[in-house]
Design a protein around this ligand. Structure first.
Ligand code: NAD
Ligand code: DAU
Length: 341
């Protein structure tokens, strides 16, 4: 079995590669990644020399590159993680999101049609459903919740999902889509809430909480997401969408306070800053379908997952110190400079 994993030098993709090489030692895993600012070849160092692993630096939008890779590898399964993923960057510069997230997905699926595969899997997001109100805690996103996006990022991901379903209906391409809630864990780029707050707190820098900090996200440990995708690609039904989430809703401010407590840093570091434009209020997944049809349940409780994550960032300082010392500084200044007012 040969599996092409796109975007495997990023956060979830790299965790998925480690998981697959461990769980399916007979599989060949081929990573295609453009190594954008979010991709880090050093993350894949532990598997780089493994016989069953190959890394290819390339763009999913590059038709020639993608077709050549399919000719060489004849993949059975393609799992597409490659994407521009940060909502704030999409608000600043939408076009690269449309290019990678929609056009890149189309190129990958054209290759699947041309060369034939057993399964194309699209790694999607719960953000395609828009948001839920804070005062209706019994409302959750199901697979039939209408698509109703807020940001250029979520709109590009929704466009990709619709295209994937169209390739199934029109061309009979064997596809599945998963839509997951917010992930946390090792190797997450420090533009996202948890690693950004961890690193700022460790450096005694202000912790920029958007708005009032009352927005709610449904947090899932990254390995639980990887397990769910492994189940969907092997046991999921063609043409189906599976929501992934662990009923672990938390307010942003409570996450940031927890980080202060764990790192023994004062809450006076918390600084309320200008809100994100179009900021989604609450995400909450109903995972009934993937549980009842495929038997998936999250295994890592948030208390344990956040401890593991904090320990990882403490023990792997060189991984993130290199990131935050580079062009990240310009990014931070651009994104946060005016926010602090
Ligand atoms: P990430 O930003 O950490 O990594 C993205 C990876 O894709 C990087 O390695 C980058 O180099 C690569 N990439 C970007 N453009 C590319 C291109 N044109 N060609 C090839 N490679 C390219 O992202 P992540 O947080 O690991 O998210 C992975 C996937 O999971 C995305 O599709 C995202 O929408 C989805 N998702 C993420 C979350 C989350 O909480 N992080 C939750 C649900 C779904
Ligand atoms: O729900 C799944 C999505 O989760 C994925 O599809 C996205 O790729 C991923 O980035 C994530 O999107 P969010 O916008 O929810 O994640 P982010 O970490 O950017 O922000 C989480 C919450 O924290 C959100 O309400 C905004 C807030 N926030 C974020 C940052 C970076 C702050 O208050 N301050 C910050 O500095």
């Amino acid at each position: 079995m040969t599996v092409i994993v796109t975007g495997g030098a990023g956060f979830i993709g790299s965790n998925f590669i480690f998981y697959m090489l461990k769980e399916h030692p007979s599989y060949r895993i081929v990573c295609l990644d453009k190594l954008t600012y979010a991709g880090n070849i050093k993350t894949l160092k532990p598997v780089m020399e493994q016989e069953k692993f190959r890394f290819v630096c390339g763009d999913i939008c590059g038709r020639e590159t993608v077709y050549r890779l399919f000719e060489e590898e004849k993949p059975d399964i393609v799992v597409n993680f490659a994407a521009e993923t940060h909502v704030d960057r999409s608000i600043d510069s939408p076009s690269v999101f449309l290019q990678t997230n929609i056009m890149g997905t189309a190129v990958l699926m054209d290759a699947c049609r041309k060369y034939g595969i057993q399964r194309y899997h699209q790694v999607g997001t719960d953000e395609v459903y828009g948001d839920l109100p804070l005062d209706k805690p019994n409302l959750f996103f199901t697979e039939t919740t209408p698509i109703h996006t807020s940001s250029p990022y979520s709109s590009s991901k929704a466009g990709a999902d619709l295209l994937v379903l169209a390739y199934h209906r029109t061309y009979g391409l064997p596809v599945t889509i998963s839509r997951c809630s917010n992930n946390y864990g090792p190797y997450q780029f420090p533009e996202k809430l948890i690693p950004l707050m961890l690193i700022n707190a460790l450096n005694d820098k202000p912790l920029p909480v958007y708005g009032e900090g009352i927005n709610v996200r449904d947090w899932l440990y990254v390995e639980d997401h990887c397990k769910a995708i492994d189940l969907v690609i092997h046991k999921g039904k063609d043409g189906e969408v599976y929501n992934i989430g662990g009923h672990n809703e938390m307010r942003n401010i409570d996450i940031v306070r927890l980080i202060c407590k764990e790192l023994k840093k004062p809450e006076s570091l918390i600084t309320y800053v200008k809100d994100r434009a179009g900021h989604d209020m609450r995400y909450a997944i109903d995972p009934t379908k993937i549980h009842s049809e495929l038997g998936w349940l999250p295994e890592t409780k948030f208390e344990n997952g956040i401890q593991k994550t904090i320990s990882w960032y403490l023990e792997n300082r060189s991984w993130w110190e290199e990131i935050v010392s580079g062009e990240y500084q310009e990014y931070y200044q651009k994104m946060y400079g005016s926010r602090f007012g």
